[in-house]
Design a protein around this ligand. Structure first.
Ligand code: ATP
Ligand code: FE
Length: 331
């Protein structure tokens, strides 16, 4: 729960990681059922923790996409039920907009800014021109960065979710030990590709002796390859972003992968070289959290934007307007 004057009042996150861990990835049916069984208690706790009552609320914001549709529908339906029974406005939020505005929870991060969104399902470079106004400069043509971390961890049996585990193992390894590809690095665009890297990691692991040293070296080499790709694309995007625009220039990294300290350090250096202020949300707001959705909801509500009670749940919903027009709605 977020208040325009008092700030963040409560932020309850119910992690499902333990339920998905045995499968090495998110299982849609488990995710949907976990949402169903937890949603009422989570909402109650969020209200209790805030010290307010349901009737004190001014609006109800909920993710309406994109994502695994079972969980999205559960959350959106709960929000619609609350909005209807309390007679409060509903604000249907694009989950990616939540990530995009997450730095604004704690920093005076004014629009416009260049955004690197790196999460479990997305890898994108966007110009965030204002609330709801995004221009896409590049995106992955296959896997997301977080997905590559998760699959790398799965191949080596490092545990789920992959990102933090790969980062821990990488800290003990030599990042030059294994030669891995940097897909698309020679191309003049801001797009990413991580599928080839993932396959190369799997091959390298099979060819190794499977020892802890081999795992640490491969994790470190993989993380270095991801860093090189992100740094190169971000440098290009900074040039594009700054063209025809006056400074100061801000650069935000958001999404679960933004929690990675090595990647942060590399991106900070790229930003410093190019005269951009680098802004990272605190770790607790990098991965999925309620606060970022509340932030997007509050900003939308303040801008006079509310949604009808038949707002659809969308499995796919690109942030940038052009693509969004073509996005199918369902549910
Ligand atoms: P999306 O936001 O695209 O719909 P998502 O909500 O599943 O996807 P997030 O919760 O934002 O994704 O981020 C989860 C991802 O972040 C996972 O792929 C996870 O491995 C990755 N991640 C988390 N911590 C780290 C880390 N320290 N280093 C690298 N990756 C990390
Ligand atoms: Fe997310």
């Amino acid at each position: 729960m977020l208040c325009s004057d008092a700030g963040l009042l409560s932020n309850i996150v119910a992690s499902q990681d333990a339920a998905h861990a045995p499968y090495g990835g998110v299982v849609p049916e488990i995710a949907a059922r976990a949402h169903m069984s937890k949603i009422d208690a989570i909402i109650d706790r969020a209200v209790q923790d805030s010290g307010l009552t349901y009737s004190d609320l001014t609006g109800i914001a909920a993710t309406s996409g994109p994502g695994l549709i079972g969980g999205v529908i559960t959350g959106l339906m709960a929000a619609k039920g609350l909005a209807l029974s309390l007679n409060k406005p509903l604000i249907a939020i694009n989950h990616l907009e939540g990530h995009a505005v997450s730095p604004r929870l704690t920093e005076d991060c004014a629009f416009p800014y260049l955004l690197l969104l790196v999460s479990g399902g997305h890898s994108q470079l966007l110009s965030v021109n204002g609330l709801g106004d995004y221009t896409r400069l590049g995106s992955t043509i296959d896997d997301a960065a977080g997905e590559a971390f998760d699959k790398t961890a799965k191949v080596m049996g490092l545990g789920f979710p992959g990102g933090p585990n790969v980062e821990r193992w990488a800290a003990k390894g030599d990042d030059h030990a294994v030669k891995l590809p940097r897909p698309l690095l020679d191309r003049d665009s801001c797009d990413f590709s991580f599928a080839g890297l993932k396959t190369a990691v799997a091959r390298a692991y099979v060819a190794s002796d499977g020892s802890d040293t081999a795992k640490a070296n491969l994790a470190a080499s993989f993380q270095r390859a991801i860093a090189d790709c992100l740094n190169d694309r971000v440098a290009r995007a900074m040039t594009q972003f700054a063209e025809g625009r006056d400074g100061p220039y801000r650069f935000v990294v958001a999404g679960g992968v933004a929690a990675n300290a090595t990647l942060r350090d590399g991106l900070k250096s790229v930003a410093a070289e190019r005269g951009f202020d680098a802004i990272f949300p605190p770790l607790r707001f990098c991965g999925d959290n309620a606060a970022m959705i509340a932030q997007a909801g509050l900003e939308r509500l303040q801008a006079g934007h509310v949604d009808p009670l038949n707002a659809p749940a969308r499995p796919r919903w690109p942030l940038d307007a052009e693509a969004a027009k073509q996005a199918p709605a369902s549910g």
